[in-house]
Design a protein around this ligand. Structure first.
Ligand SMILES: [Zn+2]
Length: 352
């Protein structure tokens, strides 16, 4: 009988998880029922399980379909108690998958109309994170993410707000949505405000477009972490730069396949980044839509890229080191990774 170390017991940090996208499918169905929202068929099909949707987001229509699904799900979050439930369940799911630290990202603008405005929305979210963290024991922080499809002035407003709420658990500033729209440089002022205010710069790049968008994140937004960044694999010099500066790429394999960035799990360049010395933090991105959560991403590395337990442990260490967790939390998680690896696994027995 083959048994190997359980990746859901491997301590790790989760650095790439979107707010609505973290919702349990059953919770979305409950909320849709509560508010009488009719979800689009594409979304209910995706929630029904089985094969994750193939959205072909690499063409703009596919990305639009993905956004429509996401918007429909978000429209079911209407009251503070819905937000509290979502965050609490996201924390529970993370704990189950061995996460000891979660950084969840949110654009509060999208929730503001139903929650009484931008500031009340952000406060409800931060309170929910604080409560969920206390109740589950999971360390949690928030990244505020601006939307690339909106005006750069909106991003500046958000950056100022994020800085103002830094002591309430905001650790970073992100930029999400379609990389093909607008330039990273358009958002440099917002990122400047965020960095000056002590927040980490963690924009999305190198997912839907190639290495140049990763370079833009480094040059124009002074990214210290990149959301996805996988397309850097197409440029060895860029990989070297990421490795030299130890810029963590928040790599989300299941998402990449669901959105058609890569055809198959084995096509996601995990090995290329790993061998180049680029630190990675595997993430689930939007488990609601992609059908798999955090531990499953490590399972992909094991199954489709032949990562050994020692290599999986190194991936987990990279996620912890790339996080904004305080040093004592990092030390504890890193010690837990060593314990996971030294505990006897059948692999040792089988392979000697
Ligand atoms: Zn993302």
């Amino acid at each position: 009988m083959e048994h190997v170390r359980d990746v859901s017991e491997l301590p790790k940090a989760h650095l790439h998880l979107h707010f609505t996208g973290s919702m349990r499918p059953s919770t979305l169905l409950d909320l849709a029922d509560k508010y009488g929202v009719r979800l689009p068929d594409t979304l209910t099909d995706a929630l029904a399980g089985g094969e994750p949707p193939r959205l072909r987001a690499t063409d703009e229509r596919g990305w639009f379909r993905f956004q429509r699904m996401y918007d429909a799900a978000r429209s079911c979050l209407r009251e503070p108690e819905d937000i509290q439930r979502l965050v609490r369940e996201a924390a529970e799911e993370d704990v189950r998958d061995g996460s000891g630290w979660l950084e969840i990202q949110v654009d509060p603008t999208s929730y503001a109309p139903r929650l009484g405005g931008l500031i009340p929305a952000l406060e409800i979210i931060l309170d929910a994170v604080d409560t969920a963290s206390r109740e589950t024991g999971l360390g949690m922080r928030v990244l505020v993410a601006a939307n690339r499809m909106k005006h750069p002035l909106d991003a500046r407003t958000l950056a100022r707000l994020a800085v103002r709420y830094r002591d309430r658990g905001i650790v970073g500033f992100g930029l999400s949505n379609d990389e093909r729209r607008g330039m990273a440089r358009d958002f440099d002022r917002a990122f400047h405000i965020a960095r000056e205010g002590g927040l980490m710069s963690a924009p999305h790049g190198g997912e839907l477009t190639g290495p140049s968008s990763v370079r833009d994140c480094l040059d124009d937004l002074h990214a210290s972490r990149i959301g996805h960044g996988v397309r850097a694999a197409e440029d060895p010099r860029l990989l070297q730069r990421l490795a030299d500066r130890q810029i963590t790429c928040e790599v989300c394999p299941a998402s990449n396949v669901a959105l058609g960035v890569y055809e198959k799990p084995e096509d996601v360049p995990l090995r290329t980044l790993f061998e180049a010395g680029v630190p990675m933090a595997l993430g689930a991105d939007d488990p609601l839509l992609f059908g798999s959560r955090l531990a499953a991403q490590y399972e992909i590395a094991r199954r489709h890229h032949a990562f050994t337990d020692a290599e999986l442990a190194e991936l987990a260490r990279q996620s912890v080191r790339g996080s904004a967790a305080p040093d004592d939390v990092k030390r504890k998680l890193l010690a837990g990774v060593d314990d996971w690896l030294t505990a006897p696994g059948a692999e040792d027995g089988l392979r000697g």
